[in-house]
Write a protein that binds this ligand. Sequence first.
Ligand SMILES: [Zn+2]
Ligand SMILES: [Zn+2]
Length: 317
Amino acid sequence: MKIVPISVPTPFYVGPVNVYLIAEEPLTLIDTGPKTKEALEALREGLRRERVRPADIRRIVLTHAHEDHCGLAKRLRDEAKDAEVLVHGWETGHRAGRLEYDEHRALLVRAGVPDTEIAAMRRMYEGVRAYADALEDHEHAELSDDDEIKFERGSLRVVHTPGHTPGSCSFLREADRTVIAGDCVLKRITPNPILSPDPVDPSRRFRSLAEYLVSLARLRSLSPTLVHGGHGEPVADYDELFNRYVRAINERQAEVIRLIPKAGATAWDVACELFPGTDDVHRFLATSEAVAHLDLAHSENKLALELSDGREVYLKK
Ligand SMILES: [Zn+2]
Ligand SMILES: [Zn+2]
């Protein structure tokens, strides 16, 4: 069972995304790239090198439903005459008619983000949505943890690795413990846990960083020999990366706690201190990062939390 990486350009800051062709029957793609002409051309070219036509693809498996990964899923599914699309049930980004705006808005208000900023974030978000075609409910099926994705020769085991998003999944080839990990593992950057509603109770916030740390440890327990990430080169020394990530997370947490003044601060206040002068696009990511670290520090009893005017204010203990 051959895993063939195909690098596909994206219009995003992160750079190209890795799509993986599993060159074994039934022919399977892991992720697709964003919905742009350039991405589709690069993907076609990558498939052509393996003598595969898009119409031959039988299955499209998504690591998670961010636009740079899922954008072309609908288009390829249609071109391949109803190829199966599989994605974890906790993902929402690929769905048509999702009702997330209100829930997201509530989370941003609680994080102390001013109304004008929320409006700007929403415009940014709608711009990004243009890079993916939504799938109707009957056009995709659900992946679950520990599912086996079978091929004529070999299989991939689904490992649910929430954190970057609630439904992020990794895929383990048990024969040699190779892992395809999407944005859970990236060689050169520490992935950002994105602010999301909790999939079980959308009025709450998903505990992204705590979940992410568990996912990283779970991957370590698999003793992976090679990890293919969603962007950049594969990781051969997962232990080194794991230690580096944990160190970076601890350092960032200490910094976030340091930034809280005596009178307390909201996640938005902390985001502005952490990343002064960021533009619209990155303010949402900055807020996500601040919330994730404040949540974790609070759950570890390092910070107190008070509600003031519907906003959460973190206080030093
Ligand atoms: Zn992502
Ligand atoms: Zn990505």
